[in-house]
Write a protein that binds this ligand. Sequence first.
Ligand code: NAI
Length: 422
Amino acid sequence: MVNYKVADESLAEKGKEALYIAENKMPVISKVIRERFEREKPLKGVIIAGCLHVTKETGNLARTLKAGGAEVYLCGSNPLSTQDDVSAALVKEGINVFAWHGNTDEEFYWCIRECLKAKPNILIDDGADMIVTAHKEFPELIQNGTIIACQEETTTGVKRFKAMDKQGALKVPLFPVNDARCKNQFDNELGTGQGVVAAIYGMHVLFAGKNVIIAGFGHCSSGMALRARGLGANVTITEVDPIKALQAKFTGYNVMPIKEALPYADIILTATGCKHVIPPTKEMFGLLKDGVILGNLGHFDIEIPTKELYEFAKTINPVRKDVEELIFPDGKKVYLLAKGRLANLVLSEGHPSEVMDMSFGLQALMSEYIVKNSKNFKPGMVDVPIDIDDKVGILKLKAMGIKIDTLTEEQYKYIHGYLEGT
Ligand code: NAI
């Protein structure tokens, strides 16, 4: 029996088409790993719960885990990123889905609880909400060993787990899949980088000649800066890390504090994982230019002070789907994308399937690794094994028909030794 709650089951046919489009661009997860999983069933008898953006790419991860023998539960990791057609299609394929676009905070946690009630053995999280809920409300799943290990998909989640681990509060083995090279060097940089296009989609604005402020110069934000510059924008970076600020400067961007940047900004895009990147004060709101577009691509909706902006605005007009015009008491207009939530996922369809092929290739192989090595883990943060990271890279190159060199024995000895010098 399939357990589910989705928005509209009649969208299943449309969702199937979306899954098909992604499948063709995800050879690692949808072909190579899936075909092997179908033969070998490495996940037989295992229940996997994913709290992930329910997109066509995640749908293909779920299909592959199911092909490997797992019983799969899915809920959304953001109230606005679920693609309702995909949810409906997955239910038809026997995946247990609790997700719909636009759920309230209460409904969001209800969906997580429905997945945890299934007593999953592996949790795949995006932002830490499911695993934190398991600690708070389902401790027996941890104490009695039902949960073998967990995986985290994004930077914000990894940061939350590192904080938990430091305080001794992390009671499960946690693999920060986000930190694997095949994940953050492609998904965060290329995927979120291309997310600036979602901002254009939201407002149909020309980037060329605009003053675009990007908050942060990390994995996501440096990618966003690169794409914004490629579209002809004058890019300014704000940072709190001196080395990242220097990197931004030497890459040719303007660097300045947010307060100095605000009056010039035509577009402000954040992806820092921090809160109140634009400080939530009337003085700061007063500095914003009339007509400025505000978009966040970081995990939570507090990088741009969404709540405070809504409170400050005299009028809020929806101007198109998931874009609002906020009119301030002095008549100034500010355009907020996606209610301050991940603009690339809400206004568009999230990352291109090609990059998610690697992120989810890692998640699938890590699920298999966890099952095979279940006796060997202790609670706390555990690195993704380098050979799994390499394996995904090798599979991706192979699928793309690209060959690379391999080290000769002599070269291997040289770079791993110290005797040979000048
Ligand atoms: P990162 O750690 O590589 O980069 C964050 C950067 O922001 C750092 O350089 C940091 O110094 C800087 N920063 C922190 N606070 C700041 C502040 N107040 N003002 C200016 N700069 C500040 O992290 P990454 O991987 O780039 O992730 C950033 C956020 O994006 C996270 O919330 C992550 O979960 C999310 N994310 C979103 C995706 C999407 O699809 N939209 C995909 C992947 C990650």
